[in-house]
Design a protein around this ligand. Sequence first.
Ligand SMILES: Nc1ncnc2c1ncn2[C@@H]1O[C@H](COP(=O)(O)OP(=O)(O)OP(=O)(O)O)[C@@H](O)[C@H]1O
Length: 236
Amino acid sequence: MTLSVQDVHTYYGRSHVLQGISLDVADGETVALLGRNGAGKTTTMRSIVGLTPARRGRITLDGTDITGLTTHRIARHGIAFVPSGRRAYASLTVRQNLALSIRRSSDSGGWTLDRVLETFPKLQQLSDRRAGHLSGGEQQMLKLGRALLSVPRILLLDEPTEGLSPAIVSDLGRWLGILKEEKITVLITEQNALFALKYADRGYIIEKGLVRHEAPASELRESTEIQRYLGVAASA
Ligand SMILES: Nc1ncnc2c1ncn2[C@@H]1O[C@H](COP(=O)(O)OP(=O)(O)OP(=O)(O)O)[C@@H](O)[C@H]1O
């Protein structure tokens, strides 16, 4: 599986936000998409999943052109988008939220409800709690569980640490470690660059809607220049 974004241009009205983004994510890789506020990270993800469709360029999954498809059809190709913020059905319980995401298909990809609850025991403990009563970190875990149940070929995680306390961020790190062990392909955007680079294999730095730099995560982790540019806090 390879997700390939080639020379994508995306607009909000007249505002030309993505000005020719190109990137690739290969099977089993974790790739970080980094950049300052407003660089276009979220818009890149929204373009991939068709929420803010690309006006020019091509997005392919294993060579199949998915540019211009509806968000629903793109999801059926196996791209799961986990947006930042709280997006669960607040009045439903955790278990009901998860049940809604179970893909009715013979190809479960191994991610059954039981397996998700085993992998994230906290979700099991919370299974009767209404989603609206969960903390920010618990909501993140629920969104991740739901995304896995949709049998993704690739997970797009948009700023998963946003608004979370340091303790919850370290929980989230453990979940990312699990995704990596499971060889799940991940594209992750983060303001917290060092957090993402801990788990990523490679990273792209984007600026004003263009890729400015691409390098192995180890190199980006070491580069004080990059860290200064991103305004990275020393502790992550
Ligand atoms: N709905 C919208 N309408 C108009 N402009 C928008 C909209 N959403 C984002 N933008 C603009 O597009 C640019 C890229 O935003 P985007 O959210 O993709 O950046 P980002 O890199 O994810 O930054 P952040 O980390 O701050 O979310 C910004 O200049 C932003 O102001």
